[in-house]
Design a protein around this ligand. Structure first.
Ligand code: 4GY
Length: 273
């Protein structure tokens, strides 16, 4: 998969792609990263890429001519690419969008601004606006790198088979279960017994419970109505015995933990008078 960045700061992109997993992916030819600098499409001695905004106001605006010349060049190099402008006003990135991109078979052109905004007219050459979250950064380079990174994890061979992105907990819509490695006892904190039991049915069930509990506690918005019903509502009339037992145990554990938290709070209140 090819990623082409239209950016005034190509070094920032090259630096990000030159470490660890992305660097290995590039050296294996699984991804190709390149940049086009709008500054190379200016014609004045100062190589000017920005100008003051019509109507007044603070800050500068990226001039449309070098931006569009750079985007045109990028499209020439990658005719099948999706052209994405990184800006806070775009659709907000989430894992389902990453997967859609990863499985689209397309290449990507990321249009990055820096410090200043785009002239509105460049969006004629852009397929979509994308945001990585509701905050404003100094440039679109880091957001674009994030998008490339998230997509790359889905390209076969970029991650090992075992750590494959298709296996991610986020794909199940749940948060990760807790992980441990040696030592068994670290500063008095023990690795849960079940993980050392060697019983894989038990381990899988424990992990799923942990994922469900963590998601309910920290990100209930990620749970479907059906998943919430299973955790807190009525269990379906028709349900496999083993599954029913799983959810009954899980609910009991959630209730016990809630009870423990509540009584700890009471104790704290009492201590504070
Ligand atoms: N958030 N998600 C974001 C951003 C800043 C264009 C220069 C974001 O994607 N991009 O904050 N970008 C850029 C926007 C003009 C500053």
């Amino acid at each position: 998969m090819k990623f082409l960045f239209v950016t005034l700061f190509p070094e920032q992109i090259e630096q990000a792609a030159s470490h660890s997993i992305l660097q290995r992916a590039a050296s294996k030819g699984l991804i190709k990263v390149s940049c086009i600098n709008p500054r190379d499409f200016t014609h004045d001695v100062h190589r000017t890429v920005d100008d003051s905004p019509f109507g007044g106001g603070a800050g500068m605006v990226l001039k449309p001519e070098p931006m569009v010349a750079a985007i045109r060049k990028a499209k020439e190099q990658l005719p099948n690419a999706r052209v994405i402008a990184m800006c806070p006003g775009g659709r907000t990135l989430k894992q389902s969008i990453v997967e859609e991109y990863a499985h689209s078979g397309q290449d990507f052109i990321f249009v990055c601004g820096h410090y200043e905004g785009f002239d509105e007219r460049i969006f004629y050459w852009v397929d979509e606006k994308l945001s990585i979250g509701d905050y404003v950064l100094t440039g679109g380079e880091m957001p674009a790198i994030i998008v490339m990174d998230a997509i790359s994890r889905f390209i076969p061979g970029v991650l090992g088979k075992i750590e494959s992105a298709e296996e991610d907990s986020f794909r199940t819509g749940l948060l990760e279960y807790p992980q441990y490695t040696r030592p068994v006892n670290f500063e008095g904190m023990e690795v849960p017994e079940v993980l050392r039991s060697g019983n894989h049915a038990l381990i899988n069930s424990w992990r799923l419970k942990q994922s469900l509990k963590a998601t309910l506690a920290l990100r209930p918005d990620l749970l479907s109505a059906e998943q919430k019903e299973l955790l807190t509502g009525r269990l379906p009339y028709k349900m496999k015995k083993s599954e029913r037992r799983f959810y009954e145990e899980l609910r009991a554990e959630i209730a016990a933990e809630q009870e423990k938290r509540a009584s700890a709070e009471v104790k704290e209140d009492e201590a504070n008078g």
